[in-house]
Design a protein around this ligand. Structure first.
Ligand code: 6MZ
Length: 362
């Protein structure tokens, strides 16, 4: 674990509201309990429960969203989530979140996102690079100011880019609004669009117009794909050729063939898949087959708070479950740089970070 924590890593599939510290959720619940908005003891039990079905996970998200409604809390959780990832040597983070409207407290999708950006600005434990297209100029990597990987020194700098999520409960219009917001916020580090939410809800065709528009405008796209069996949807998603997909659990032969020939990178979330019982055990996880086929893969947490995990834990888990050595795990982490949505300048910087760390491997 220690070793994986000290190695530089990239996180490409992390939902903001799924990555909140338990201690923060409990504190927020206590305050709302004192105000009489919720019954703290009921909520405490739900937050601390360790195994949840996929259905229960989405019920938990509805509760988390009650706890994190206001702008100040959104700012706070963003700051904490970035600090937590930086503390385990994540050198590049793509953080995704669903812009939310809540008229009763004057929150629009834009003001929600402004609160997220405020959270990035509030981080002081590390240097956060989160913008922008206008600074797309290659700068020399400052080795002193960079994560000194593999010697235990904690991170000093993290690149953060944002993905705006479309929730599967949303309408075509709401999805389009999210895409327009993403375009408006490109200079604030927004690089793409994610389609997520309860996979038993909504129809793929509802989101297609917004996703096509996003692509035409040059945004990158990642889709939650195959969290439940749905052959028709999985095939349509693969035919759309997104830049990445998340999960890819409930595929059949034909979909595996399509995926492999398309070479669409897959964001793999081991603990999430096991905890939600989407995959029954690690020894039959599709990681093995995709890894052997040299299909582009990246290990991610999904919801580090909800599933009590971290990127380092996911690497540790993969290494022991699939008998992979440190070098192989390092190469896996390094290869993720190819699949990030940020521009060439960031990719070059990250390559340099990984090359330097590689020289220090035993
Ligand atoms: C699908 C998921 C997810 O956007 O409020 N989300 N969607 N599958 C998953 N795997 C278990 N985990 C999280 O973060 C929480 C939201 O992310 C999506 C859900 O829409 C959830 O409400 P934000 O920051």
């Amino acid at each position: 674990m220690e070793w994986f924590a000290s190695m530089p890593k990239v996180e490409l599939h992390a939902h903001l509201n799924g990555s909140i510290r338990d201690s923060t959720l409990l504190e927020l619940a206590r305050v709302l309990g004192e105000k009489g908005v919720i019954v703290f003891t009921d909520v405490e039990h739900v937050i601390m429960k360790s195994d949840r079905s996929l259905h229960e996970v989405f019920k938990l998200f509805d509760l988390i969203h009650v706890l994190t409604t206001d702008h100040a809390t959104v700012t706070r959780i963003t700051q904490e989530v970035v600090e937590d990832f930086a503390s385990e040597n994540i050198v590049y983070l793509e953080l995704r979140t669903t812009p939310k409207r809540n008229e009763s407290i004057g929150m629009s999708k834009r003001s929600y996102m402004d609160a997220v950006v405020e959270g990035l600005r509030a981080v002081s434990a590390v240097d956060v690079d989160f913008a922008s297209r206008s600074t797309d100029v290659r700068r020399p990597v400052n080795t002193k100011n960079m994560n000194d990987a593999c010697n235990g020194t904690r991170g000093k700098k993290i690149y953060v880019r944002l993905l705006l999520s479309i929730d599967r409960r949303e309408t075509t219009e709401a999805a389009m609004e999210t895409v327009k917001l993403a375009l408006e916020m490109r200079d604030l580090g927004v690089v793409g669009i994610d389609l997520s939410g309860n996979p038993t809800k909504g129809e793929w065709t509802t989101f297609l117009p917004a996703l096509k528009f996003a692509r035409e405008q040059g945004l990158q796209i990642t889709l939650h794909c195959g969290e439940i069996p749905n052959k028709e949807e999985i095939q349509s998603m693969l035919d759309f050729l997104p830049q990445r997909i998340g999960h890819a659990c409930c595929f059949e032969e034909e979909e595996w063939r399509k995926l492999k020939s398309s070479k669409i990178p897959v964001e793999i979330c081991l603990t999430s898949n096991i905890r939600t019982e989407t995959i029954s055990s690690l020894d039959i996880h599709h990681f093995v087959d995709l890894y052997k086929a040299q299909h582009p893969l990246v290990l991610c947490t999904d919801d580090s708070g909800v599933f009590s995990t971290s990127v380092s834990r996911e690497y540790d888990l993969a290494a022991s479950a699939f008998s992979l050595g440190r070098r192989e795990m390092f190469q896996l982490a390094k290869s993720a740089v190819k699949f990030i949505f940020a521009n060439g300048r960031v990719k070059e910087d990250l390559k340099e970070i990984f090359d330097l760390a590689e020289k220090k491997l035993d």
